[in-house]
Ligand binder design. Sequence first.
Ligand code: PLP
Length: 363
Amino acid sequence: MPPPDFLPALLRPELAELHAYTPVAGDFPVRLDANESPPLLSAEARAALERAAAPEDWGRYPDARLVELREAIAARCGAEPGEILAGVGSDEVISIVLTALSRPRQGAHAASIVTVSPTFVMYKLSARARGMRAVEVPLDAGWDLDVATLLRAVEFARPNVVFIASPNNPTGALMSEDRLEAVIAAAKDALVIVDEAYIDFSPRDQLALRRRHPNVAVLRTLSKIGLASLRVGWLIGAPELVAELDKVRQPYNLPVLSQRAATFALRELDGELRRVAATVTGERERVARGLTELGLSVAPSHANFLWVGTRRPAGEVFDALAARGVLVRSFHASGGRLAHRLRITVGLREENDRLLAEIAACA
Ligand SMILES: Cc1ncc(COP(=O)(O)O)c(C=O)c1O
């Protein structure tokens, strides 16, 4: 059916380049495509979470100010509650940041963001959906920041926001500290978001950058550590920034169940979440060894997934694995150096064994 007559004239032109996010549908016995954690929470922890999540009154809105949740996040991250903005996943926090910080620089038609390539797609999608320009700077041959090119991009694009995921998705590794710091120093007129979605699987965090640079805010989430169903993510930033962003946040953005379960998990399940992270990192190293023994190239990972180089075109390996019931993530549609790369989320031990057996037959 053609769109209703009135619609084209109303739509933002940028929407023509965007697609709705639709995960691959189908019945795959092994899903290693979405960077969630496998179901490793103990039965006791799951029962305690269910008890903690239940609302006292189903008829009431949740706490609009997220008081307890922000206190629990702040205590965990060594921050003050006034430095925390919590959202429906870090996805919502990214969209709040971009809505609030979208004022074009003097003389420009639209505001810009700078990020790297490849990286998490929502930075660009969220920026484009708001009419902002997105400048992507390719990572270097070792999937690290290309500082010289980034500095040029910052100088010419004069971005409002710079997004750097570290560890990065889909490449897995932390960015070098000195390179990240050089970009932050060069972008001192912009907000630099250091996205630590995968920090629970990493040997170090980057919270100290916030103390050294007032233009840095850190993004975190519960999605990768076994609680993706809650959709809870947050930004840690200067209270003045958080107060402005809070004007854009929807009232009651986080449901009671998510607020309560997340608060409980942050306060009471620290040991359990650490155990989940340790199991995943142990499996990550085992799977990396297995893939390397099969002759595949595996980039060092500080996340809950592996960035794997394939001999055959990645699209063919993706299809062959899917036909064998194992869903991973391929970026071959982007072409270039991504045409031989797969991103494989670490699963349960038996899922990882199945992956290794199947990929041996088709990579
Ligand atoms: C780097 C990065 N940031 C943020 C997110 C979004 O996480 P959330 O589930 O909190 O929206 C992801 C999810 O894949 C990610 O890879």
